[in-house]
Ligand binder design. Structure first.
Ligand code: ADP
Ligand code: MG
Length: 390
């Protein structure tokens, strides 16, 4: 992969794929600016190096046609505050609107192009659309880690048409994942939770071959417990994946990976606000009740293991943390990871949200900006956006 620091970009037009797909509230205000902040180092480097910076991003899922509710223009206005400079906005990402914008900005200045997913050629990776995107630019920088698992025109198509570089964010995300997957300081512990085993089977299969300890929480632990013969009552159990849970445990035994499952949990009589809750062992789930968080004995068990680890990778909350009654396990484990002294990285949209809610994100060594992309890397897949950079 080409090093952006060595790229000659002075008086060049540089197309930069960023991930400015920021969450907004119902009035269009940005509720979390992490992705904007994460894109700044590359943007600022290119400005200082004398490039015309053309930012390309998607925003929402507009189905291949213009949708004013998913315009990036408000993001352009917000970005001005972070760059402390005007940001030009082009009403389209290809064609005359872009030509005009490029002509109107100076070297060292920034323009944001309209939502690239307003064209069907983006997600379809259509060659003529990729050529139209590449048309005004002389170089390409991919800094959109959150989109690196997509074979889209602005991710892979552009990289094949222009001299291409990995942006600083993309490079740091890759470095963090490689540090965990390829050359970890051991013991290496993976902490995996979240709702469903089905969304993370590939991750679990890959991780059991690589990690020393696999700690499982969240809804997916229920399926493992059920596979081991426990009656999880009304808890979320994916009965079509009981075999997968057994197979993953068998593979773990073969490869010397210790799987650690919850021993107790917070059980609820129902999901409604007034439902009763009780903490009991996992083999004592009351009839008709649901396990929605790990319990205190499991917290201690997990903490003891995490204290041994030199590297920890975490994906997926330990319980239904959106409800305060079931957030404690996730909170305690987050604090335990942060305090462990191990190199720690977190991926996964909901786990990252949980850590931000606690305000302790600075205590982790790496927080991934791309949930889907980091999951695919944890599955051991090569991401098309990274492969295209060569
Ligand atoms: P991430 O985005 O970090 O990868 P996931 O999307 O896999 O995490 O899972 C997050 C969801 O899992 C949350 O909405 C949470 O409420 C849910 N969840 C966690 N534990 C349980 C449980 N025991 N029962 C049902 N849902 C759960
Ligand atoms: Mg999620």
């Amino acid at each position: 992969m080409n090093d952006l620091r060595k790229a000659a970009v002075d008086r060049k037009v540089v197309a930069v794929r960023v991930d400015l797909n920021v969450p907004t509230d119902d009035r269009g205000r940005i509720t979390d600016d992490t992705r904007i902040v994460a894109a700044l180092p590359t943007i600022n480097h290119l400005r200082r190096s004398g490039a015309k910076v053309l930012l390309i991003s998607h925003f929402g899922r507009p189905k291949g046609r213009p949708d004013p509710s998913m315009s990036l223009e408000p993001v352009a206005r917000a970005l001005e505050g972070y760059l402390d400079d005007p940001v030009a906005f082009a009403g389209d990402c290809i064609g005359p609107a872009v030509e005009e914008t490029v002509a109107n900005i100076d070297y060292g200045e920034v323009a944001l192009l309209e939502n690239v997913r307003f064209h069907p050629g983006e997600t379809g990776n259509a060659p003529d659309f990729a050529r139209a995107l590449a048309e005004p630019a002389e170089k390409f920088v991919n800094d959109a880690f959150g989109a690196a698992h997509r074979s889209h025109a602005s991710v892979v198509g552009l990289a094949r048409l222009l001299p291409s570089y990995a942006g600083f964010l993309l490079a740091s995300e890759i470095a963090a994942l490689e540090r965990v997957l390829n050359n970890p300081e051991r013991p290496l512990a993976a902490l995996v939770g979240g709702a469903k085993i089905s969304s993370k089977i590939g991750v679990l299969r890959n991780l059991v071959e690589r990690v020393d300890m696999l700690l499982l929480g969240g809804g997916m632990a229920n399926t493992f417990l059920a596979a081991n013969g426990l009656d999880m009552q009304a808890s979320l159990v994916e009965s079509s994946h009981l075999n997968d849970a057994s197979e993953i445990q068998r593979r773990a035994r073969e490869s010397g990976c210790e799987i650690v499952l919850p021993t107790d949990g917070v059980m609820a009589s129902g999901l409604a606000a007034g439902a009763e809750t009780v903490v009991v062992a996992v083999d004592q789930v009351p009839e008709g009740w649901t396990m929605l968080d790990i319990g205190p004995a499991t917290e201690r068990l997990f903490h003891d293991r995490l204290r041994l680890a030199r590297t920890i990778v975490w994906n997926g909350p330990m319980g239904m943390f959106e409800d305060r009654r079931f957030a404690r396990g996730t909170e305690r484990i987050a604090r335990g990871v942060a305090a462990s002294g191990a190199y720690s990285m977190i991926g996964g949209g909901d786990s990252v949200a949980a850590v931000k809610l606690l305000g302790i994100e600075s205590e982790f060594d790496h927080i991934s900006t791309g949930g889907g992309a980091s999951l695919e890397m944890l599955e051991g897949k090569t991401l098309p956006g990274i492969a295209a950079l060569g």
